[in-house]
Ligand binder design. Sequence first.
Ligand SMILES: [Zn+2]
Length: 283
Amino acid sequence: MRHVPEADIDSVQVYDDVTAAKRQPTRGNLQSARNAVLAAYIEYAEAVPEVANLPEIDISDPQSSALLHAYNNKTVPLTKLRSNLLQRVSVARCPFCGIGESSTLDHYLPKELKPQFAILAENLIPCCGPCNTRKWKHVVDKETDARLFIHPYYDEIPPIQFLKVNVRLDTLRGTLGLRYKVFRPDGISVHVYRHMQSHFKLLGLDDRYRLRSLEHLRGQHRALARLYGPLNDEVRVSNKLNEDADDYEDEYGLNYWRTVLYRALANNNDFCDGGFQLLTHIQ
Ligand SMILES: [Zn+2]
């Protein structure tokens, strides 16, 4: 969960290019819906990040279908839009989870609910398949009306640690328990805390971070063993883990799962004092 820059794309130009594209069977409906859709684009820009409750617009069912078709139809301008959004280093890793490769585009406001934003660049978020699938058509909490997910282009992520992992090392059983959770530190409002928490829960990040962490750590045990050495130098192990945590924090922020993981392990005496060796047994 992190902020990423929006792409420098002229969405009005995209709309006109998609409308004029070859093999665009719904051109008439796109032309007749143009004024209403472009007015909705302006409302979106003025409302960000609180875009969940933008008003319905007055377009017909065939016009709605034309907008959906415009996104799904692989015209040259649409292919260019997808490429311009996805081929950026800043979004190569999924901004929703920070784990997977951004290989798909998510409609922040689902296109089935808000077809007017089906080809709006500002509503299209590069992300990984699992996040896209889990996010599905969820937008707001039905009880509180609060948005459930972070809008990576427009939501500010608080520069305070709100993600932590509890480490439970059982050397007898040879297990390493990791439990990620979002907590509420001083300086974060209840509203922001709930926003981060719903994003975390609905995307299944507790389990996904846990599995990804164990898989990652399994590849680290040789490097840790070299640092520990014949002198059982736990301080050297801890220092190295802290250095790596600093590097992850500088590059990806306080709430990146690896920053949080490395910091927690650096502070776990049992792990640093040879406990890391059980990583070789994790299945
Ligand atoms: Zn993801």
